[in-house]
Each structure stands twice: as structure tokens, then as C-alpha cells.
Design a protein around this ligand. Sequence first.
Ligand SMILES: [Zn+2]
Ligand SMILES: [Zn+2]
Length: 214
Amino acid sequence: MRYRIVPVTKFRQNCALLWCPDTMAGAVTDPGPEVDKILAAIAEEGVSVKKILVTHGHADHSGGAAELSERLGVPIEGPHRADDFLIEAMPKQAQRTGLAARIFAPDRWLEEGETVSFGNITLSVIHCPGHTPGHVVFHHPASKLAVVGDVLFRGSMGRCDGPRGDHMALVNAIRGKLWPLGNDTEFIPGHGEMSTFAWERASNAMICDFVDYD
Ligand SMILES: [Zn+2]
Ligand SMILES: [Zn+2]
């Protein structure tokens, strides 16, 4: 699988274009409301986008999903249904963040253990609540790459002080569901630089193996 990160909005949210090199079919993850920039990247890479994948319902991640879906004529898959209340609150999120975020209707809600596909690529869906209750992560085992949204960052982890946030749920999701994917897994976080699970387990002051949450 090939990928290109397209940072969008003033929050430098890592929208990502993922594609299958055999077929050039692809997907866009987390289209924040800066759709022209995303469309330019798609055109530059020559990718035929088949779907939009959403990790969670925050405006910087999914506020551009409606517009991108309309302009490309493709469906929106994700997040988990538990983020419905955030998507419903998109107008309020837009007001608070100053982003031109629009409400959207997922064509498919995602559940733990399901898969999403484009071209010859299949990603597994991992439900990782905590930052938001319906947050999902996309994992491609063959290339050992995960798109983790605001679950985990290089040196940090997602905030849990928002509506329906749950710090221990997030800790348990990271340790119980992400670490078992393997230390050599590389990840695209929702913001900032890419990293690996090995680096976070050794050096992340919030969630490394030496932090005791029990
Ligand atoms: Zn978020
Ligand atoms: Zn974010």
C-alpha cells in the first residue's frame, strides 16, 4: 500500500491518501474541511478514490467528508456509531473551531473486527474508544501501517476531557488492541510526525510500558 499525508486545517490534521499500487484505487482518511487541497493531492498522485474513511467525529477529521463525498461521488465509511452525537453536533463544532465543517451521514458505520477495502488492499477496523466513544483505527497488516487518528501521537496520546471521553478506556485500547499489532508497526497519527509502536512503548511519557495505570 502507498500513502501520502495531506495536513489540513489550522490544526494540521493528518488527512491521508491511501492507495493500492496495482490498481491505483484508493481511499481518503479523515478529510478535514480543506477539500481543495485534498483533491489536488489526489490528482497529483493519479489515484482513483473509491471511498472516504473516518476515524472519529471531530470537525478537523471529518468536517470535509460531506463535501469530498459529493465532489468525488464516493461513500463514507466510519466511524463507529457511538460518535453519532459528535457528527450531529458538527454545526456547533464548526462554530467553536472556526472550521467550515459540515454534518455528514456515513454510508456505513464500522464495528470492531470489520474490514474496509479498495483495490487489492484490505484494512482491519479496530474500535478504540476513549478520545471519543466511536473512534476507530485502520490497520494494514501487510505493510505494518496503522492510521490511528487521535488515539495516539508521537510522544503523547489523545485528550479524554471532551464529551464522553474516557481516559482508562483509551489506555486499555492502546495497550490491549494497538500494541498487540506489533512493535514494528508504523502509524500515522491525527496530528504531528509519524512514529512506531516500539518508540512509543519505550519513550512516550504518557503511555510507555513504564507508566503504571493499575
Ligand atoms: Zn479528535
Ligand atoms: Zn484531531
